[in-house]
Design a protein around this ligand. Structure first.
Ligand code: GAL
Length: 421
């Protein structure tokens, strides 16, 4: 370790220098992530400040782009160029790939000391493990099946949040009559696919959902239920602004907060954003489960993985893992982030939306659905292919549901052949 340290201190680090960053010291950690919005920043600061109290500096590498669409690619190129960050936001099944290459620091000791296995939700614990080792530290659990609504508009028009898709149509009609766009929406692929994965869950529950996105079962895509999902998606397209623009999720959120649109389907980080803007739950905005998904939890779990490199940052990396999982930080961080803590014990500071999320997630695996968009269900490439196809269908009004279904079935066939199924 001493030798490794001496070597890394003696050698110039041209790649890092070229990127404009100072050479790393063991008392600082370079952290790559895609948390760039006001709410995300506020949440991160909880961690940054705690880390500073341990004399560890957080060296920020923010890569803008909702859902980490850019960050995944930047991370890959940094690792291939031999300059992996010490820490990275790395969500979902993808970190198994890095761990298999032997690149990630094993956090087994921190996990044992913190009693993670007993105290965390089993789904979280399972996600962190790769071949018997803990390879990431969890931050919080997001609920993607969240419908936000503008309370001033709803109250003025005497509307209540829709529980079914028929209700949704009625609410949308009333909104249109009042000259308000029913649904805030962006044309970005991941934001369109957010609707798609929600509709898939609403259509037939988590078992069918898993056949689609975890197993990539072509028969599930060929099923009549897929036609019904695509028809519903087409209808949702009529509830959005026209023409639809590509904009960031924060801009889409803003259009709901400003009252241009009345509803918004998005992960509950949007709640963190609204609160960072000074808006409050049940005052300026409300939250409800997406129609037809009230019993379920469509989840994305944020995690930090650490690149082992020469182990010179191990102590600081382990400290970071301890900090993010400590109950006090979990509570503060998740309050700002809009998510819920990963601990099974209820956090008394949760608001109404968070308590609802916590209850739904706590019902266990048969009520949970891993988000396709946020890499909880399958790998990055598979996810990218599916969401691009869904976006194409959503934006091209000429494409029929049967045609889109045929394309999805072919993709699922090719992908499952690739997996040797
Ligand atoms: C998700 C991530 C969230 C939030 C969101 C918007 O993938 O889990 O923490 O950052 O993207 O970019």
């Amino acid at each position: 370790m001493l030798v490794a340290l001496a070597v890394s201190a003696a050698l110039p680090l041209p790649a890092r220098a070229a990127a404009g960053a100072a050479p790393a010291t063991p008392g600082s950690l370079q952290v790559l992530h895609w948390w760039t919005s006001a709410g995300e920043r506020r949440a991160l600061n909880v961690v940054v400040n705690q880390l500073a109290r341990q004399n560890i500096q957080w060296r920020d590498v923010p890569i803008p782009g909702g859902a980490g669409m850019g960050a995944g690619k930047v991370l890959k190129s940094m690792v291939l160029a031999g300059r992996a960050p010490e820490v990275t936001q790395l969500n979902g099944v993808i970190f198994g790939e890095w761990a298999d290459l032997g690149l990630l620091l094993e956090l087994d000791n921190v996990a044992v000391q913190g009693n993670w296995e007993k105290q965390m939700f089993p789904t979280v614990w399972a996600l962190l493990n790769n071949r018997g080792h803990v390879v990431a530290a969890p931050l919080g659990i997001h609920r993607i099946n969240t419908l936000f609504y503008n309370t001033a508009i709803f109250n003025r028009l005497g509307l209540t949040p829709p529980r079914t898709w028929d209700d949704f149509d009625r609410v949308a009609q009333a909104l249109r009559r009042a000259g308000i766009t029913p649904l805030a929406q962006s044309a970005e692929a991941w934001q369109v696919a957010t609707l798609f994965e929600n509709l898939a869950l609403a259509e037939s529950g988590p078992a069918y959902y898993r056949r689609l996105f975890v197993e990539m079962d072509p028969a599930a895509y060929a099923d009549a239920r897929m036609i019904s999902i695509l028809k519903r998606l087409r209808r949702l397209g009529q509830a959005t602004e026209q023409p639809l623009r590509e904009r960031s999720w924060t801009e889409t959120a803003r259009s709901m907060a400003d009252g241009e649109a009345a509803m918004f389907i998005m992960g509950d980080w949007a709640k963190g954003e609204f609160t960072a803007w000074g808006l409050a739950v049940d005052q300026q905005f409300g939250c409800a489960p997406v129609p037809g998904t009230g019993d379920y939890h469509l989840y994305s779990i944020d995690t930090l993985a650490m690149f082992a490199d020469d182990y010179s940052h191990q102590a600081a990396q382990e400290t970071l893992a301890q900090i993010v999982t400590s109950p006090a930080v979990q509570s503060d961080y998740n309050k700002f982030k809009g998510a819920i803590p990963v601990w099974r014990t209820a956090d008394p500071h949760m608001d109404r939306c968070a308590r609802d999320s916590w209850r739904a997630f706590g019902k266990g695996q048969s009520y949970q659905a891993p988000s396709l968009v946020h890499r909880m269900a399958t790998d990055e490439t598979t996810k990218d292919v599916i969401i691009a196809e869904v976006q194409r269908f959503f934006l091209d009004r000429q494409m029929g549901e049967e045609q889109a279904q045929r394309r999805l079935v072919s993709i699922a066939r090719a992908l499952s052949r690739g997996r040797g199924q």
